[in-house]
Design a protein around this ligand. Structure first.
Ligand SMILES: Nc1ncnc2c1ncn2[C@@H]1O[C@H](COP(=O)(O)OP(=O)(O)OP(=O)(O)O)[C@@H](O)[C@H]1O
Length: 268
């Protein structure tokens, strides 16, 4: 998925909220988006999710299934939690919401009208409707806001699982709840400009090179042979073919070492 020169303003004469954003998101990416209040995080997340259109520029390659959990779940709807989630499941083609409701410990909430939910409980409903369709792009706006301790703990693992099966996860997050995940990308909005802070990937590579074993070691050595040493190439893209049944395990391990998947292609 790619953002090319994306700008956005709410009204014709308003200043730009997002200005000339360029970025690429790859399967398996987990991205933390930060910025001060009003920096444009929610706006960018809505653009990514396809809920708003750029004023200028393009967003291409968006995965077909998008899950979006808003910062404030709209509870002014005349449904119980169960009715709402059943309805969303039908809209999503019959996907299963029950395992997610169970995982987020929502059993006691299912019969309640949406309007009677606490902020954190409503937030969980928003998370379940975003997760139930196995999204290729999962967009979370302040996902940790108001959540109880168990759900806060569960969320990084859920993000990792979505990424491990090739999904992209992006979270606007003041609280740094995903920050400790290995390989997480860091985006910041400053005065409408999107910046990426790249963690020191060399540390991860060097660790892999001395630890031995993982495929990255051999790749690093052959690159040094071919390119004359790491100083000439800061990054390299490596195509790896492996049995389809091993993909999830491989992605999890690779991400655990600080590497990112750029593309997954099925071959015969
Ligand atoms: N519907 C709207 N109409 C006009 N301006 C808007 C609208 N929504 C947001 N804005 C403006 O766009 C800017 C960015 O808002 P946005 O909600 O994207 O920021 P944010 O980084 O998510 O903020 P916060 O951390 O407080 O949630 C702000 O100046 C805000 O006032």
């Amino acid at each position: 998925m790619r953002l090319s020169h994306v700008s956005f303003r709410y009204r014709r004469r308003d200043p730009l909220v997002i200005e000339d954003a360029d970025a690429e998101l790859a399967p398996g990416d987990v991205i933390e988006l930060t910025g001060v209040n009003g920096a444009g995080k929610s706006t960018l997340l809505r653009l990514l999710a396809g809920l708003a259109r750029p004023t200028a520029g393009t967003i291409t390659g968006r995965p077909s299934v998008v899950g979006f959990a808003p910062d404030r779940f709209p509870t002014a709807q005349p449904f119980t939690v169960t009715h709402y989630l059943r309805h969303m499941s039908r809209v999503r083609g019959g996907t299963r919401w029950e395992p997610w409701a169970e995982r987020l410990d929502m059993g006691h909430l299912l019969g309640l009208p949406l309007g009677e939910l606490s902020k954190g409980s409503a937030h969980k409903v928003g998370l379940v409707q975003a997760l139930m369709a196995e999204p290729g792009l999962l967009v979370l706006d302040e996902p940790f806001a108001g959540l109880d301790a168990d759900t806060r703990e569960a969320l990084p693992a859920i993000a990792t699982e979505v990424a491990a099966r090739g999904g992209i996860v992006i979270a606007g997050d003041h609280q740094g709840g995903l920050r400790s995940l290995p390989g997480v990308r860091h985006w910041t909005l400053i005065s409408g400009h999107l910046k990426e802070h790249t963690p020191d990937t060399h540390a991860a590579h060097d660790h892999a090179a001395t630890a031995g074993g993982p495929p990255a070691v051999a790749v690093r050595r052959s690159l040094e042979d071919v390119a004359g040493g790491p100083s000439e190439c800061r990054h390299a893209t490596v195509a790896v073919t492996l049995p389809a049944v091993d993909v999830q395990r491989f992605l999890t391990r690779m991400r655990g070492e600080g590497y990112r998947a750029r593309e997954i292609e099925e071959t015969s």
